[in-house]
Structures are given as C-alpha cells and as structure tokens.
Design a protein around this ligand. Sequence first.
Ligand code: SF4
Length: 400
Amino acid sequence: MNIKKYFSKPVDKKAQNTAGNGQEKAKSPKYLTKLAQIPQLSEIERSDLEKVSEEFVFRTNDYYQSLIDWNDPNDPIRRIVMPDVRELDDWGQLDASNEEKYTKVKGLEHKYTSTALLLVNEVCAAYCRFCFRKRLFMDENDEVTKDITEGLEYIREHPEITNVLLTGGDPMIMSTSKLEPIIQQIREIDHVKIIRIGTKIPAFNPYKILNDPSLHEMIKTYSTDEKKIYIMAHFNHPRELTEVAVKGLNMLMQSGAIVVNQTPLIKGVNDDPDILAELFNRLSFIGVPPYYVFLCRPTLGNEPFAIPVEEGYKIFEEARKKCSGLAKRSRLVMSHETGKVEMVGMSDGQVFFKYNRSVDIENDGKFLVFDSNPDAYWFDDYEEAHMIFPREYSMKTLVS
Ligand code: SF4
C-alpha cells in the first residue's frame, strides 16, 4: 500500500500552495476512468472486467487506489471500487426500492413527510460497485437535473418538508460555486431547517475538502445556530479513515457541519463484526456518529455484495457488542419501497422488524413479527407478518 506519498512527503515551503487559511494545499488525486490505467490488473483480468465496466461504469482515483493492498485478491477497498465479473449475473432490479414512484417533479423525490431529496448530480468521485443508484449513471437516465427550479417550487409549496437531502450522485463533487447557489436557495425557504448533503467525497477524495476554502466558508454561512447542514458521510471500512480523510472530516465539523456516517453492510468489505466494530468505534472517536447501516437493496448486479437479512443482523449485533454506547448508535435498516424497515431482533424462529420511517404514517413505529427465513435478502422475501403491533399497542404493552 502506498498511501505514504499523500501525506508524508516533505513540504517545500516555497513551492507550497496555501488554501488561504494557513492550511497546506494538498495535491489533488488524478481520476482514473479506464481499466487500462490500473497497472496491477493482468491482461486476462482487464479483459474480463472490461465487460463489466461496459455495463456498469467504472471510475476511481489514484488516492483511493493507493489504499488497495494488491497482494490480497479479496482486499475490501478493491471490492468497493474495482469491478467484479459476478456483477453480470442476473440478480435484482435497477430501481429496487421503486424510487421513481416518489419522484414528484424532475430531480425531486418526496417519500417521507418531512424529507425531500434533490438529485442534483449524476457523477461521483468514484463509483461504488454496490451502488443502489447505478441507474443514474446510465445513459438513458433522466431522474437527475441540474435545474432545481421545479424542485425548489415543490419544496416551497410543502411546508411539512423540514429536511432537504442533496444527493445524486455526489453533490460534493460539484464545485462550491455550483453547490452554494443551491444551498442558498434552499436556506431561503423558512420551513426547511436541515440541509443534508449525501457524499462519499470524504472517503474517495478528502483533498477536495482540504483544497477548497470556499467550501468551509459556505458551510459556515449556511450551517447556522438554528439550522444545520448535515454531511451524510459514507465510510464503509476503517481503512478508508486515513489521516487525510480524518483531517477532512474535522475540517467539515470545524466549519460548523454536523457529520454522521452511513454505510451498507457489504459482503467482503465490512461483513466481519471486528471490522464493523472498528469502523463504528473509530467514527465515534472522531466525533462522527454511525447513523444507518443498510442491508443491500436487491439492485441489479449487486449479488456479490449482498448479505442475507438474518446473517446481517447477527454480524451487526456482534459488532455492537464490541462498541461503546456512542459507537453503537446506528440502526440496521432496509430502505424498502414502503419505508425504512429496521431489523430489531430474532428469537426462536421468528424475526422482528419495526418501521423506523414509513410512507404511510399509520405504519410509523409499527412492529412486525415474521417466521425466520435465513435465505431472505430483502423485506419482500418474508411471508405475511403473523403479528403486527401498532405503535400505540406496543407502548401500552411496555408500560402495563
Ligand atoms: S458514492 Fe453513493 S451514489 Fe456514488 S457510487 Fe457510491 S453509493 Fe452510489
């Protein structure tokens, strides 16, 4: 692994750029979009993987590549970003949670009452092989728009929307000069309190944060005492928390953003309780609460990354045993078409789920009991629930 070149090179003080705030201007990674740019691949591997990248786009950068241990064919960082021939197996659907159903105007999804999503970008700093939105990177996609006029109008007309999530793609790959007007216009809508930015830039390219003082100014301006900007970071494995990534996270927090982390549970990446616990604990040390852990949606091509629901729950619980209270704040959920279904327990051949968020408000907090199905990869793989407790009933049961 050659991450050294990124942060232990002696600095030539004269040649050194500064980012305007006394901060060393670090080098920017070089983007790599062709498998021919990955010298570690053999000819045979490259030719096999070309077929995958023709189907599902490939992109990485030399910083992120430097985190890969090429001596390990199952290296977790490699699994995140390098194509896998099994992606071509016929499994899953392109839009596994039917996000299209919640698209109200171009580029805006409104699924949960208080939260709207603005899909502002269809590019990421690198492409995760397990991405559930890979459809956005395909030519025929038209769910994303850079013109958010209609989306903003929709938000203005819906006072129940208190949270707006900027997503895509990765909004933080945009220059701050493009991102700021979006944030500014959302901030002008009084009923929107929280602006979230979903991003893997802190993991894929922390230099984008370190090199951009205008980003910090923007966060300082629009993350106020009363209305915060939340950065929804996306670290999957503790090895992504390099010295420079941690620096980037701290810069975001020092600028006034609240940073949390969410990750899918991914086969061969973080499906080991020790690894997952290390990720949770290290995030908590930095001051970044682990938020959601997602069971992989059954998205087209994602079988090599998916973990059965009940196996995932066991891994998650084992990891939590190794964590402090602060490190075990995440919830294990499925982002199902009907809502965020949390897996809360298993016992004697039964599994227990609870709606953490639901499209139908009547379902919010609803507790469901199903017969165990070790082969289930998704909520739909469970037969009809044989016990359902509405929220009120569960509460009465608890206090009686
Ligand atoms: S950063 Fe997010 S949107 Fe981009 S490829 Fe990864 S999972 Fe998909």
